[in-house]
Design a protein around this ligand. Structure first.
Ligand code: ADP
Ligand code: ZN
Length: 518
């Protein structure tokens, strides 16, 4: 099997003439029976990467997906394209399940979508052993990581696939994964030297805007009044808020519905359908809404509350503008939301409280930052974008910049000399020669940059450090107690004399003050 038969299948089953960048490479990898990890934004075209191999290879591909509610639609869509696909999950009764199992066993289908529970069940295993499986595709693979925002404990057991079926390639796909999650996916699935494919996460057609969270209702009404015909989603933290918000919008003559996990499945399906079919343009929802919703003409997304982390935020705004046309996103930010989220994380006795709090802090820094928002987002996902985007509120209304090259060099060289072992506060204390006992004990006072940043007050340093992180000159290792790590960009700033533009610290304060006063 080679890539030309893949291209023929693309035309035959999907009607497309060409692969998108990366799809062909991924498919080739799979055809060569190599494990791979695919990171591609929603709408990027991940599914085709396993669907094409499934139709050209002998045997059946098994797709593990947590989205039981969507399997039926996915399978129907494939069937209407002439692909033999079925699904297995708890929504089928036992005789229906037996029929599908028989199809699978007889290799009468090319693709089997299966829930992790079903895949992991005792009675399914003998079948899996005897069937002719050519590929395991793990969809929404970030669910495997408890560092991420959508952890599914069943997913962590999927490592058994590689142990039991070492010769069958595994492809893990996700639209959201920072480096920790990425590593977790590889570890937990026990992939063998997997090839990593990272598509660009840039969505230049989405405008980005953050506003202070005062008088949100008024701001929202004005925002949607400017786009009376457009579809959009308002994400709220609480179920109650989604209901209130929808009611208020309806009172004012907008057609809006609410959506949250506390509603009956039938009601939820109805709302989802009304939205997809453009019967109801506005949905006020918790983050339960949207996973897997394939609607290309969502024109705007509003976050009524601050999201828990940047992954979630980026995934949610990513539901707008999938058709490539312009779409607007608006995030409301308030200190109150930050402390509310902190409380929620702390009460939610998960094992990773420290990481969740650090991620929330990154989200807060994004909201407070005066650097190009897209640069922050893409840097967060490890993409090295070193120019401003022109399509965010900061680019449209830029603050006063200073030449921060020397500041950056001091900080980065200290990180380097401290062997990437310290966090922000310790680094600043070293730069400012604070003389703390810990510094002396560890011998940090012996490094060349000790005291090199004495002239800058602590709070200012903190702000510059956050800017350097946001701009990708430094990375926070959330899984190593938030120590600072160097990046490709930091090497350019240190060794290639790349100029670093920073925002003047006073401007940050002034802006925040001005915004608070509003
Ligand atoms: P993802 O799973 O990454 O969210 P999908 O696989 O659902 O994305 O693809 C998103 C859309 O892009 C679908 O409508 C799909 O048919 C389309 N698409 C995927 N690959 C191609 C291609 N090579 N050429 C044209 N359209 C494509
Ligand atoms: Zn920008």
């Amino acid at each position: 099997m080679d890539i030309s038969s893949a291209k023929a299948a693309l035309k035959k089953y999907f009607g497309y003439d060409n692969f998108r960048p990366m799809q062909a490479d991924i498919i080739e990898n799979i055809l060569q029976k190599q494990d791979c990890v695919v990171l591609m934004p929603t709408g990027g075209g991940k599914s085709i990467c396993y669907q094409i191999p499934s139709v050209i290879l002998p045997g059946c591909s098994v797709v593990v997906s947590p989205l039981i509610s969507l399997m039926k639609d996915q399978v129907e869509g494939l069937r209407s394209n002439g692909i033999k696909a079925s699904f297995l999950n708890s929504s089928l009764n036992s005789s229906e399940q037996r029929l599908v199992e028989e199809e699978f066993f007889q290799s009468q289908i090319d693709l089997l979508y299966v829930s992790p529970e079903k895949l992991l069940s005792q009675e399914f295993f003998p079948l899996l052993k005897r069937a002719n499986v050519n590929l395991f595709a793990i969809d929404e693979a970030h669910c495997i990581s408890s560092w991420g925002h959508d952890f599914r404990p069943e997913y962590t057991q999927l490592g058994f696939l590689k142990r039991q079926f070492p010769d069958i390639p595994v492809v893990a796909l996700t639209a959201t994964a920072d480096k920790i999650t990425r590593r977790d996916i590889m570890d937990k699935l026990q992939l063998e030297d997997p090839q990593l494919f990272i598509a660009s996460f840039d969505r230049p057609n989405l405008s980005l805007e953050v506003r202070p969270g005062q008088k949100r209702l008024e701001q929202i009404l004005a925002f949607i009044a400017q786009r009376p015909k457009d579809s959009g989603i308002i994400y709220c933290l609480s179920r109650k808020r989604t209901e209130e918000m929808a009611a208020k919008l309806n009172d004012r003559g907008f057609r809006a519905a609410h959506y949250h996990a506390g509603m009956s499945p039938a009601d939820r399906d109805q709302v989802q359908e009304d939205f997809i079919n453009d019967n109801i343009p506005i949905i006020c929802a918790t983050i339960a809404f949207g996973m897997g919703i394939d609607k290309s003409n969502v024109r705007w997304i509003i976050h009524y509350n601050l999201p828990k982390n940047i992954e979630g935020y980026y995934q949610e705004i990513g539901r707008a503008g999938r058709d490539g046309a312009k779409a607007a996103t608006l995030l409301f930010y308030s200190f109150a939301d930050v402390s509310l989220m902190q409380d929620i994380i702390q009460k939610n006795e998960s094992e990773n409280t420290e990481v969740q709090l650090a991620k929330l802090e990154r989200m807060q820094q994004y909201a407070e930052s005066l650097a190009c928002r897209r640069r922050i987002l893409l840097n967060y996902f490890g993409e090295d974008l070193n120019e401003n985007c022109g399509n965010c509120d900061i680019c449209k209304n830029p603050p006063e910049y200073i030449d921060g090259t020397v500041i950056a060099q001091k900080a980065l060289s200290a990180v380097y000399r401290l062997k990437e072992q310290v966090g922000v506060n310790m680094l600043i204390n070293v730069l400012r020669a604070s003389g703390r006992r810990e510094i002396m004990e560890r011998g940090y006072d012996k490094i060349k940059t000790y005291g090199a940043g004495r002239d800058i007050p602590f709070v200012e340093w903190r702000d510059y450090m956050h800017q350097l992180i946001n701009l990708g000159y430094l990375e926070v290792a959330h899984d190593q107690h938030n120590v600072l790590k160097l990046t490709p960009a930091s090497k350019r700033a240190l060794f290639d004399q790349e100029a670093v533009q920073l925002v003047k610290m006073t401007t940050v304060k002034e802006r925040l003050k001005a915004e608070k006063a509003k």
